[in-house]
Design a protein around this ligand. Structure first.
Ligand code: A2P
Length: 266
């Protein structure tokens, strides 16, 4: 069913924005962009609640904003679940449709929640790459850290495409291209198909393979910082791995050496 803004009244205190672009990657993944309300401010890496005007009481879900804080549009990267309360409708979005967005962004995957360091690791699985898609497009990230390592692990090769296209496009970006070329590294692995690097990120850290491949010393609290975004199990195991390296979890009001946030699950 096409979603029309006039079908239901827009709830009070919620932005109603227009879809500007939709791109599908696989049967399970797509990205879309919406207009940005002039009064909406957020920090790169934060999430916001979004919904559709297709019911009297719309269903809202947390979505990481995948675009950087300076962008004039808002981008989201989403899974498609056939019976997902929101994504079953969201996956049918077309240019010109309306998306509802609550006014207050929030989240812990922000540069402010980390102490300064030499190297920032962004660990993501699946749609957990979304907040990092925002942060790798923000100059502040490159000003705060000498090196930025974005890891993305998916079940299948096709699921890496959003991140690969993003990083490729970043190389010629007028604002951050030069910094990204010098400071950003993208480390991909796949767990259920053949690929140059296979295996879970936790196993790649435990074996030391990722550090050998990147030519860096293993993670240490003196130099390295981490951000983690994925499923509950991935967060738990990656967090344990970082703690084994001596890192400590931080928050907005108490910056430390790593931070964690759950990726959107429908
Ligand atoms: P695997 O294929 O071995 O389960 P999901 O779609 O389940 O969120 O998985 C996305 C990616 O995250 C997959 O490559 C998956 O590997 C990996 N993954 C799932 N659970 C964990 C975990 N506990 N720790 C690290 N990686 C995980």
């Amino acid at each position: 069913q096409p979603v029309k803004p006039q079908d239901f009244a827009i709830p009070a205190g919620v932005f109603a924005e227009t879809v500007t672009e939709v791109q599908h990657y696989t049967d399970h993944l797509f990205r879309f962009r919406i207009t940005r309300p002039a009064s909406f401010r957020f920090r790169s890496g934060e999430f916001v609640m979004i919904g559709l005007p297709n019911a009297e009481k719309p269903v809202f879900r947390a979505y990481s904003i995948a675009s950087p804080s300076w962008d004039e549009e808002i981008e989201f990267f989403s899974i498609k679940v056939p019976d997902g309360p929101l994504t079953q409708h969201l996956q049918k979005l077309r240019e010109g449709d309306t998306v509802l967005m609550r006014r207050k962004p929030t989240g812990t995957l922000v540069n402010d929640a980390l102490l300064p360091g030499k190297r920032l690791y962004m660990f993501s699985t699946g749609t957990g790459i979304a907040p990092f898609a925002s942060l790798i497009r923000d100059p502040e990230t490159y000003e705060k850290f000498d090196e930025v390592i974005l890891t993305h692990t998916c079940r299948q090769v096709a699921e890496l495409r959003y991140g690969q296209e993003l990083v490729a496009a970043l190389q010629d970006d007028p604002l951050v291209g030069e910094m990204a070329r010098a400071q950003l590294r993208h480390y991909c692995s796949v767990t259920r198909e053949a690929f140059p690097v296979t295996g879970r990120i936790t196993d790649l850290m435990e074996s030391g393979k990722i550090f050998e491949d990147l030519g860096v010393a293993p993670i240490a609290p003196e130099t390295d910082r981490g951000m983690i975004c994925g499923s509950m199990m991935m967060l738990r195991d990656t967090k344990a791995q970082l703690e084994a390296f001596g890192l400590e979890e931080g928050a907005n009001n108490k910056p430390a050496t790593f931070v964690v946030e759950r990726a959107f699950v429908d």
